[in-house]
Design a protein around this ligand. Structure first.
Ligand SMILES: [Zn+2]
Ligand SMILES: [Zn+2]
Length: 247
């Protein structure tokens, strides 16, 4: 963008932190304090299922690996809400950069071996209304950083189901994810990096990975911008923060 146009653009649409609303420089995505607060440590979650409270020891998953950038809790929620409901998409780019970093430096992710990067799909009419699929923004940014092909023409959402995070029971979530579909595309021996904004029970990623494997993909890595953490962990963290803040 031309310098003057950018200045004008920033004047009318100032760049703000999606979490706390603070004004940012043009190139910033989140303010430093917020970024620090919402990041999940790379060794703080299970690298197979992407959860701080490992789920895969109880049930086998269709995806093989997971990489996560941030915790999804009451403190991250505003940033994710901004990404979904308004036009501040900074969180998508922020998370994509963290994910790329972790994929590049986590030796077992073998980044160079991915054939495609795909988003968890959103129903067409919903995407038209919103103007974008937030999982698509994350996936596209990752594909640019990692120089890997982006594909959103393989998986699709059949009907606009209820959003996963609005459902309370695991059983409801399992049923709701039935609405994904896959087109007749050969994925023979392909390794896929599948992206989403929030990882809750893993059932959405799991269903998409199942479909990819039905089309003969051999390996699926789930990349999530954020992963929900159990309430107790969230409270522990808050207590820790309060205690260290009091020192
Ligand atoms: Zn902030
Ligand atoms: Zn696990």
């Amino acid at each position: 963008m031309h310098q003057t146009i950018r200045k004008l653009f920033n004047f009318f649409y100032p760049n703000r932190c999606p979490k706390c609303g603070a004004f940012l420089f043009a190139e910033e995505l989140l303010c430093e304090a917020c970024a620090e607060e919402i990041l999940i440590e790379q060794d703080g979650y299970c690298h197979a299922c992407g959860k701080t409270n490992c789920l895969c020891k109880y049930k086998p998953l269709a995806y093989d690996r997971a990489v996560v950038a941030c915790r999804y809790d009451s403190r991250t929620a505003p940033a994710v809400y901004q990404l979904k409901e308004s036009r501040n998409t900074n969180f998508a780019y922020f998370a994509a950069r963290i994910l790329a970093e972790r994929l590049r430096h986590g030796s077992y992710y073998e980044t160079e071996k991915f054939d495609y990067i795909m988003p968890v799909p959103m129903h067409k009419s919903k995407q038209r209304r919103r103007g974008y699929n937030q999982a698509g923004l994350i996936a596209k940014e990752l594909s640019e950083i990692l120089h890997l092909p982006y594909r959103d023409d393989v998986l699709y959402k059949e009907k606009s189901g209820i959003e996963q995070h609005k459902l309370h029971s695991a059983a409801e979530r399992e049923q709701n994810v039935e609405s994904f579909g896959i087109r007749e595309v050969s994925l023979e021996n392909c390794r896929i990096l599948l992206c989403d904004d929030v990882l809750t029970t893993g059932s959405t990623m799991n269903r998409c990975a199942e479909l990819l494997k039905q089309n003969h993909a051999v390996f699926v890595t789930a990349a999530a911008a954020s992963s929900t953490v159990p309430r107790e962990k969230e409270q522990e963290k808050e207590t820790e923060t309060n205690l260290s803040g009091g020192n």
